[in-house]
Design a protein around this ligand. Structure first.
Ligand SMILES: [Zn+2]
Length: 414
């Protein structure tokens, strides 16, 4: 399985910077959970030391010390983009329905963190006069590489979907959003919901995340920048583990001097509920690993599909991969686990046909992957030979059990 061609990528640690609570400016922080993870990108390996804390004053949960912005920019510039041609991993119809409810028309729509354009962007162009994208990933084409080059007060809508939880300086980012909007313009935001962590801790586990929002925490931060919350909804969020919120640009107000402790107790319990869930999913991964080991011991060949972070955690446990073939549809990932090789489905066709079992590291795409294998190779795996290794594989996220879109927003404020 190892390859002479595989070359090791440079390895560095993401720098850390002091960070107090951005919401109430407090520094009475309680540590909740920490982890370290080495992430692999197209250009190198980056170690993240993640220390999650909660503000005892206002209950905001965030990473402190926080990642250095310049290091993060390098990391994201080299990160893997959504694979061209892959279906979007979010619900386009829900994004459009939420927009239709809160800002059904406008001249300029700016999306920050757009990644690769999808059906969503094609539809946006039918609704708004001009659609501008900002994306720092070098492998994706976009109109801007940073917010700094976008003029003041020109936008009717500034949208960011699952971006704000990655931002090390939230207030600075929200101020930039306000700066780009015209008076009365609308900011659309989707983030993971701390309320859902006990059921689905994947947002808690992702080492890139620097903020863990409740609806109240997001509203408090946005109001300080001058936004007024118009609507908030989990039902209309394009991913099942988050919530969508719409804010209108208005006038900033000062941070409250002291805040209710209810947020502290509640967010602490939710976050630690997610940590306990994560510990259970670690135990499940141990179980999957033992299953994998029995195939290895028998000399049965297996396919490991989806070269992502979950697989990286899995491979970290493996001492022997003699009968395993790693597959990913994205050819850019060929050497991401160097010196192990990652093959495209075409290149690994023979191994896939002969495999006794398949381990799939994404619940979201598992059904599509099995259909693709059957369609292109005529290969079907017995039900007992398909192992989905993903903490969200209980159906709380992804293609299983999606709530249907109903009329009206979950919770709307005038
Ligand atoms: Zn605080």
């Amino acid at each position: 399985m190892t390859s002479e061609a595989g070359k090791s990528l440079p390895n560095r640690a993401i720098g850390l910077r002091v960070r107090n609570c951005e919401s109430c400016h407090g520094n009475d922080l309680e540590q909740l959970w920490r982890q370290s993870f080495t992430a692999r990108t197209r250009l190198g390996q980056y170690r993240f030391d993640v220390n999650n804390v909660i503000c005892r004053n206002c209950g905001f949960v965030f990473v402190s010390p926080v990642f250095d912005e310049a290091d993060l920019a390098d990391y994201y510039a080299g990160s893997f983009s959504a694979f061209a041609g892959a279906a979007p991993d979010y619900d386009v119809a829900k994004r459009l329905a939420f927009l239709d409810n809160v800002v059904p028309r406008g001249d300029l729509f700016i999306e920050v963190g757009a990644n690769r354009p999808t059906e969503f962007h094609r539809r946006l162009k039918e609704i708004y006069g001009k659609v501008t994208t900002v994306e720092i990933n070098d492998s994706v084409s976009s109109d801007h590489r940073s917010l700094a080059t976008i003029p003041d007060a020109g936008a009717d809508v500034v949208a960011h979907y699952f971006v704000l939880e990655h931002i090390p300086q939230v207030m600075k980012f929200l101020k930039e959003c306000a700066r780009m909007l015209r008076d009365g313009g609308m900011m659309i935001c989707e983030v993971p919901d701390i309320l859902m962590y006990p059921q689905d801790p994947s947002a808690l586990q992702l080492y890139e995340h620097t903020n863990h929002f409740s609806r109240e925490a997001l509203r408090e931060l946005a109001e300080q920048v001058g936004f007024v919350e118009i609507s908030v909804s989990a039902e209309y969020c394009s991913r099942s583990f988050g919530f969508a919120a719409a804010f209108r640009k208005s006038v900033p107000h000062d941070a409250r001097v002291s805040q209710a402790t209810g947020q502290y107790r509640r967010n602490r319990e939710l976050f630690l509920g997610g940590v306990r869930n994560l510990e259970r999913s670690e135990a499940e991964m141990d179980h999957s690993y033992k299953t994998f080991q029995t195939y290895q011991d028998r000399g049965s060949s297996v396919v490991l599909w989806a070269a992502n972070d979950l697989m990286a955690r899995f491979l970290g446990r493996c001492s022997c991969l003699d009968n395993a073939t790693i597959v990913d549809s994205n050819p850019e990932k060929a050497s991401v686990f160097s010196p192990l090789m990652v093959f495209t489905p075409d290149a690994a066709a023979d191994q896939i046909r002969c495999a006794k079992a398949i381990f799939i590291f994404t619940n979201f795409h598992a059904a599509d992957i099995l259909r693709q294998i059957e369609g292109s190779l005529g290969k079907t795996f017995d039900k007992g030979a398909v192992h989905v290794v993903d903490p969200s594989s209980d159906g709380s996220r992804g293609f299983v059990d999606r709530p249907s879109l109903r009329d009206g927003l979950g919770e709307t404020r005038a």
